[in-house]
Design a protein. Sequence first.
Length: 302
Amino acid sequence: MSQIPADIDATERLLAQAGYVADRPLATVLFLALKLGRPLFLEGEAGVGKTEIAKVLAAALGRKLIRLQCYEGLDVSAAVYEWNYAGQMMEIRLSEAAGETDKGRLTSDVFSERHLVKRPLVQALEPDPAGPPVLLIDELDRTDEAFEAFLLEILSDYQVTIPEFGTIKAEHPPIVILTSNRTREIHDALKRRCLYHWVDYPNAERELAILRAKAPRAPAALSAEIVAFVQAIRKEDLFKVPGVAETLDWASALVELDAVALDPHLVSDTLGVLLKYQDDIQKMQGSKAKDVLDRVRAEARG
């Protein structure tokens, strides 16, 4: 288990050692979240590396990563806890067979910890020998406002109240990272409990550093062309521009094809790795891919 970094520079180094190339503002807000014990709320387009921050942080600190993947209709039974009903019924039948008549004791046995199925939010409040875990609440914007309201108790007091069981409170609060792709606005009451950072697309220099760290097999010249091409098409009028995740996928695909440089035919044939909507692919195929490639090469020369 690693200690919490002592300053911003140490935070940058910690992330870099785990393969994440962070800019200074991100390293700063992450350091403050760790030092102040505050949740960190990350917003940004899909594929820019928000989820990866939590994964890398857990690995770098030697902490358990507990991930709650949000979706429409997410409820308490999937996120917090539920009871093992089969086990409870077995407990009741065994007690009846043994002639147990103390209903208070039976209720205590039925709603004991051994029948409690702990979901991610409860798991994150439990002590761990390696230190408080990293709790990733991923894509919060996919849930509804009722679930947001439920999170307020957890983010304020790091505790969960289970009516039949009692209150479970963290002895040492987990490191909490929430992400959102901003498909809807998150309520101010939840945002106020967090530090905030917008994770943007990286500039060319940082994206190239990310590509070299994550796809070291790609030739240097090819990596530079990939980044320049992706940076260029992010300025095009596309329904969904590629994120860093797509850049890395494309680089890996081109390496598997033994590519050493981009050409219009290769770009057109592999656009399905980089772009995820048919309208965008059609827009960028053929002469458009050649025009963009010619432009980025001219800029590189001049």
